[in-house]
Design a protein around this ligand. Sequence first.
Ligand SMILES: *Cc1c(COP(=O)(O)O)cnc(C)c1O
Length: 361
Amino acid sequence: MIEYENIGKVNAPFAAEYATAFQEVMDSGWYILGNKVKQFESEFAAYCGTKHSIGLANGLDALILALKAYDFKPGDEVIVPSNTYIATILAIVHNGLKPILVEPDITTYNIDPKRISEKITSRSKAILVVHLYGKMCAMDEIMSLADSNGLIVIEDCAQAHGAHLNGKKAGNWGHYGAFSFYPTKNLGALADAGAATTNDDALALKMSTLRNYGSQKKYYNEVVGYNSRLDEVQAAFLSIKLRRLDDINAHKRSLAKMYLDQLNDQFIKPIVQEGYFDVYHIFNIRHPKRDELRDYLLSKDIKTDIHYPVAPIDQQAMKGILDGQDSEIAREIHATTLSLPISFFHKKEEIQTVIDALNAF
Ligand SMILES: *Cc1c(COP(=O)(O)O)cnc(C)c1O
């Protein structure tokens, strides 16, 4: 059996260091907003190349609190790709803002910068881009479009830890980056966890206030805040894993290269572009007979996944929210995409078995 993912195996190389870190935090008696969080925040900011990083409870909160921090008005519009995980859109909806869908480029699966202009109105406030599957969006084009229209750019980096475009990392292109450290992500904790990145001092201060009951000084509440804190144990684990993130990404990239070099032409493979450093949180292919292909692989003891089976516009929760918006390209991707095994624990021989099985389909 070739598993699609096994987080226990991904974390096994770090087990001894995690155990020591756990004992240290346990013995310190300080479990929330202490030195481990501070240390991880400065290490993660340095890794991303940003001035600040703020530890948060999860990736969804990193998106929700960013939109809160900007104090947009109810009904203001946020441009977002039609092809994304639901969390990106939920963050907009939870703020009383209106998600305006923009279709992806069918070759990159990311928001198509050429389609953004036609969706900009007088109510547009922000572009919330998603570096899907670990590939950066066309950030140079998007930033110049945002600048000329006075729009804030928020990056959903939940699938793109360490990805970069022309050497500039995810989370350092826009005004704000939102990261998730959900266990399956390239930089995954052992529980829910997340972070923000920004180069904006005032925004960083606002985020650190919002995550902690709207307070900087204990029992003095300046704004209506939340409880969305990264905890010390997870921060300690994340500091350990961050040192190996480049190895994790390099391993995934070497497996991706095998797929890219060897899969035959019946499969649509991810595009590789000059200047883009992709980290393959997910390695997807597309095929018109996706479901048949998935069953066939399962009959050969190879597990796969689908990211995602249902486009946001077709989710029950989005009825009355996204109705009538553009989503045909997103639907086409959701109907044909298949995610192949590409985890840190997978061996080259296993990926070779997957490739041989696929090419015989
Ligand atoms: C995982 C993910 C999120 C949400 O992160 P959580 O930590 O699970 O809240 C948001 N956006 C994208 C694109 C994701 O993949």
